[in-house]
Design a protein around this ligand. Structure first.
Ligand SMILES: Nc1ncnc2c1ncn2[C@@H]1O[C@H](COP(=O)(O)OP(=O)(O)OP(=O)(O)O)[C@@H](O)[C@H]1O
Ligand SMILES: [Mg+2]
Length: 363
């Protein structure tokens, strides 16, 4: 194609770069960009992952400085980083046992490629990875407000009111339902490690699920790692797993139910400060979830009374009780949870609206 024609088209493209409706623009542009000398925006958040070098990871985090440390989990430390493009990200530096590091590179790439193809507003985007020698890093979208558990424990700014908690529950449910639906990668994905520290919040408190599929990358049955992990996730563990040895989509539903209970009660899934019979939140409250009178006693005392209706609390507790049933076949699907939470949000808003009405009329 003559050069002039290409550059004329490029000019036309630049002048109309915001015009997505012109059918002329879309396809040819993909082709002509090859000739274009202008720097290409990196393809991120869609269609596969970016690959980073170790040097890029070091530069992004000031050589993993303490100031950039966001937290530590079962897979390693997480740092805040700034990429060369200026994009702020969270970088997970994975601590792998030596044998896994040596053999796992191909497996790691395949796994990350699959996970980075997932794209949903309620999933934390996996932007890319670095596999350099024995080191492995995962690069995620940065979530400004940190994890849900910190907010429920009051480490964040103030406690969340009931509508905010319902919104978080719905967002997390949508994220999980999307993973389970197999939409973009052809197979349903079991999260395997769903819990309140793996629900991250954006600047405007939109909930996004993180660390999906990650547990699969870790070796099973390795004493040192397993001990650390099981302790951390104990309260979320599907009781049926002990008999079948398999984590299923319904195991995620169980863990989701535990998070619903945390949102309702403000208590932790496991509280090691309590006596042996009270440590596990599910065991503690399971029997009273469908008893309205007793239910009142376990509602988080820091929830503003004017932010909830008992009707919505009862519906929410009932949903939670079904999610944590021992028999996995009796638990609802995540798609059903999404529908019910929508109804609960509607019921609460309507109930509060009705309660407000007389007040408004009085003034
Ligand atoms: N994408 C992110 N944006 C902002 N902060 C993050 C991000 N990912 C993780 N963090 C922070 O880093 C902390 C540690 O995360 P990490 O995932 O390693 O541990 P965890 O969630 O407690 O346990 P697990 O290893 O089972 O996921 C989180 O609790 C969260 O506050
Ligand atoms: Mg996590």
């Amino acid at each position: 194609m003559p050069f002039n024609l290409v550059s004329a088209w490029n000019k036309r493209r630049r002048s109309k770069s915001h015009d997505h409706t012109d059918p002329w623009i879309y396809k040819p542009v993909e082709y002509w960009q090859l000739d274009d000398q202008a720097p290409q925006p990196p393809k991120r958040h869609h269609h596969g992952s970016s690959i980073f070098t170790l040097k890029e990871m070091e530069e992004a985090t000031c050589s993993f400085s303490e100031e950039n440390l966001l937290g530590k989990g079962g897979f390693g430390r997480v740092y805040r980083g700034t990429l060369q493009s200026g994009e702020v990200v969270a970088i997970k530096k994975m601590e792998l046992p030596p044998f896994k590091a040596a053999e796992g590179e191909r497996e790691f790439r395949v796994e990350v490629d699959i996970l980075s193809r997932l794209d949903h507003p309620n999933l934390v985007s996996l932007i890319g990875y670095c596999a350099d020698g024995k080191q492995r890093f995962l690069v995620y979208e940065y979530m400004q407000k940190g994890n849900l558990q910190d907010h429920l424990n009051g480490i964040g700014e103030g406690k969340m009111d009931w509508p905010q908690r319902l919104k978080v529950a719905l967002g997390a449910a949508r994220g999980l339902a999307y993973l389970h639906s197999s939409s973009d990668v052809g197979i349903p994905i079991v999260h395997r490690d769903f819990k309140s520290t793996n629900i991250l919040l954006s600047a405007d408190f939109e909930a996004k699920v993180s660390d999906f599929g990650l547990a699969k990358m870790m070796p099973e049955g390795q004493e040192t790692y397993v001990t650390a992990r099981v302790l951390g996730t104990f309260g979320y563990f599907d009781p049926e797993y002990t008999s079948t040895g398999k984590l299923t989509l319904q195991s995620d539903v169980y863990a989701f139910g535990v998070v619903l209970l945390e949102l309702l009660t403000g208590r932790q899934a496991v509280d090691i400060n309590l006596g042996p019979n009270d440590q596990n939140l599910v065991v503690q409250v399971r029997h009273i979830l469908n008893d309205r009178k007793k239910l009142r006693k376990v509602i988080d005392s820091e929830l503003g009374r004017s932010s909830y209706t008992m009707e919505s609390i009862a519906m929410f507790a009932n949903l939670a009780s079904r999610c944590v049933r021992r028999e996995s076949s009796e638990r609802p699907s995540m798609a059903e949870c999404v529908k019910e939470l929508q109804l609960i949000i509607y019921t609460n808003a309507k109930g509060l609206g009705a309660a407000m009405a007389p007040n408004k009329a009085m003034f």
